[in-house]
Ligand binder design. Structure first.
Ligand code: PMP
Length: 443
C-alpha cells in the first residue's frame, strides 16, 4: 500500500509497479537485476539470492555459473580474449581510465578520432561521431537535427531512447504499424497531401525512424522497401543499428550489408558498441557536413564526459578483428558462428513446439510465454539448471505477450545450445509452454 499512496501525496510508482503489486511483484523481481561477477562471456557468474521479507532479497555470497544467453555479446568480444584485451589494457596504461572531460572541451583523444574514422569506414559513411551512451545517442540526436517544423515518422516498436529523443526535439510525430511499409507510405502520402502544391508538405523535412533489428521482436526492418519509399517521397532515413551492427551481414556491417543496400541510401546510421563489440557508447554515422555540425550542437558532446579511451581501444581492436586486419580469419569465424548459432537455436526451439518470434537469422530469439505468472517460473527453473535468460514483459511488451528473450552469442558452442534446447524442452513440458508438437523441419 505504501507504493500507492503516502500521507496524501501522489504515489511515486505507478504503471509497472501498480500492475505487479501483490504477491506476483516479488516473483517478477526475481527475473531482473541479479548481480553478476566477472566478464559476461560464454558463462556468467550470478549471485544466488533468497527472498527476504515482503519486498527484498538476501545474498549469501554464493554464486551460480550459468550458460549465458542473457547478455548482449553477439560476437563474443565481452569475455576476455587475447588481442582485444591486450590492446585495451595497453590503452589503460597509456591513457588511464578516464578522459576527465567532455569531448568538446579536452576529452577528445587521438583514440576517439581514430575510432570515429574506423566506425565510419566500417559502416560505409563519410564520418561518424561517438557519444558516451547508446541511449544518450538517440535521446539527444533528434534535438540537433529536428524542430517543430519537422515530422518524424516512427515505427510503433522503436526503442524507448528513439521515442524519448523525438519527443524532446519538439518535432511532430506520427507512428506507423510495426514494419508495415504500406502503412508507412499511406501515412507519408496523407501528410504530403496536407501541404501546398510544389512545396509538397507542410513540413521542412520528414525523417523516417526505424531499427535495423528489433530487440524485442527479433525481426529486421524491411530496409529495401523503406529506402524506396524514402527516395520516392524525399524523406530522410534514420536507422538504429544497436542490435544489427556486428551481428548481421556477411561482413558484420549491419542491416545494409545484410540486405545489400548501399549505405549511401540511409542518411543516419546509429549504433551502439554495447552489443557486438563488448564495449560501451553509441555512434551516429552520416555525411561529413552533418557530423561536423553535430560536433558542436550535439549536447552530450558539450555537457557529458567522453567515453573512456580504453573503451575506444576495445572497439578499434574488435572492429579490426571483424575486418580481418587483426588476427586474420578470427572475425569471419565469429561471424559464421553467430549466424549458425542463431539459426540452430531458433529452429531447435520451433521444432520442440515453442512459439518463437522473429527472423531466422536474428541473434535475438524471443520465446513467447504469454502468462505473466509463467515468467518467474521459467526464469527460476532455467536458473536452477544453470542457464541465464532475460525475461521481457509489460511495459516493454504488450501485457499478454511476455517472453523469454535469448540472446545468442558466437561464444556459445553447439553443445551449449543442445543443452539449452534439452532444458527448455523439460521446462516447456513441466509448465505447459509448448503450443504444438513441433514443426517437422524448415522454419
Ligand atoms: N537502441 C536500441 C534499439 C537498443 O536496444 C538500446 C539498448 N538495448 C539502445 C538504443 C541503447 O543502447 P545502450 O544500452 O548502449 O545505451
Amino acid at each position: 500500500a505504501d507504493l500507492i499512496e503516502k500521507d496524501g501525496y501522489a504515489p511515486w510508482y505507478d504503471g509497472f509497479e501498480s500492475f505487479y503489486v501483490r504477491r506476483l511483484k516479488i516473483r517478477i523481481d526475481d527475473c531482473f537485476a541479479r548481480p553478476i561477477h566477472g566478464a559476461p562471456g560464454r558463462y556468467v557468474k550470478c549471485f544466488n539470492r533468497i527472498r527476504h521479507g515482503k519486498t527484498g532479497y538476501l545474498y549469501d555470497g554464493t554464486s551460480n555459473e550459468c550458460l549465458n544467453l542473457s547478455s548482449y555479446n553477439y560476437l563474443g568480444f565481452a569475455q576476455s580474449n587475447g588481442v582485444c584485451t591486450d590492446y585495451a589494457l595497453g590503452c589503460v596504461d597509456d591513457y588511464g581510465t578516464s578522459a576527465c572531460s567532455p569531448r568538446a572541451i579536452s576529452g577528445t583523444t587521438d583514440l576517439h578520432q581514430k575510432c570515429e574514422r574506423v566506425i565510419a569506414d566500417f559502416v560505409g559513411k563519410e564520418d561518424a561521431i561517438i557519444v558516451s551512451q547508446g541511449y544518450g545517442t538517440n535521446a539527444n540526436l533528434f534535438s540537433s537535427i529536428a524542430d517543430s517544423k519537422t515530422l518524424v515518422i516512427s515505427d510503433e516498436l522503436n526503442h524507448a531512447s528513439i521515442r524519448f529523443g523525438i519527443r524532446l526535439s519538439g518535432a511532430s510525430v506520427k507512428v506507423f504499424k510495426h514494419n508495415d511499409t504500406k502503412d508507412l507510405e499511406k501515412l507519408i502520402r496523407n501528410q504530403i497531401a496536407q501541404g501546398q502544391p510544389k512545396t509538397h508538405r507542410p513540413w521542412k523535412k520528414i525523417i523516417i525512424a526505424v531499427e535495423g533489428l528489433y530487440s524485442m521482436e527479433g525481426n529486421m526492418c524491411n530496409l529495401p522497401e523503406i529506402v524506396e519509399i524514402k527516395d520516392k517521397y524525399k524523406c530522410y532515413l534514420f536507422v538504429d543499428e544497436a542490435h544489427s551492427i556486428g551481428a548481421l551481414g556477411p561482413g558484420g556491417r549491419g542491416i545494409c550489408d545484410y540486405f545489400s543496400v548501399d549505405p549511401a541510401r540511409v542518411d543516419l546510421l546509429m549504433g551502439t558498441f554495447t552489443k557486438s563489440f563488448g564495449a560501451t557508447g553509441g555512434y551516429i554515422a552520416g555525411d561529413k557536413y552533418l557530423i561536423e555540425k553535430m560536433r558542436t550542437n550535439y549536447i552530450t558532446q558539450v555537457y557529458s564526459e567522453s567515453v573512456p579511451p580504453a573503451v575506444m581501444g576495445q572497439i578499434i581492436s574488435s572492429l579490426s578483428v571483424i575486418e580481418g586486419t587483426l588476427n586474420p580469419g578470427e572475425g569471419q569465424e565469429r561471424l559464421q558462428r553467430i549466424a549458425f548459432n542463431s539459426r540452430y537455436l531458433r529452429l531447435g526451439l520451433k521444432k520442440l513446439g515453442f512459439i518463437v518470434y522473429g527472423a531466422d537469422d536474428s541473434p535475438v530469439i524471443p520465446v513467447l510465454l504469454f502468462l505473466p505468472a509463467k515468467m518467474p517460473a521459467v526464469s527460476r527453473m532455467l536458473y536452477d539448471m544453470k542457464i541465464a535468460v532475460v525475461i521481457v514483459s509489460y511495459p516493454a511488451t504488450p501485457l499478454i505477450s511476455g517472453r523469454a528473450r535469448l540472446c545468442v552469442s558466437a561464444a556459445l558452442t553447439k553443445e551449449d545450445l543442445d543443452y539449452v534446447l534439452q532444458k527448455f524442452n523439460e521446462v516447456g513440458d513441466q509448465i505447459f509452454l509448448k503450443f504444438s508438437s513441433g514443426i517437422a523441419g524448415g522454419s
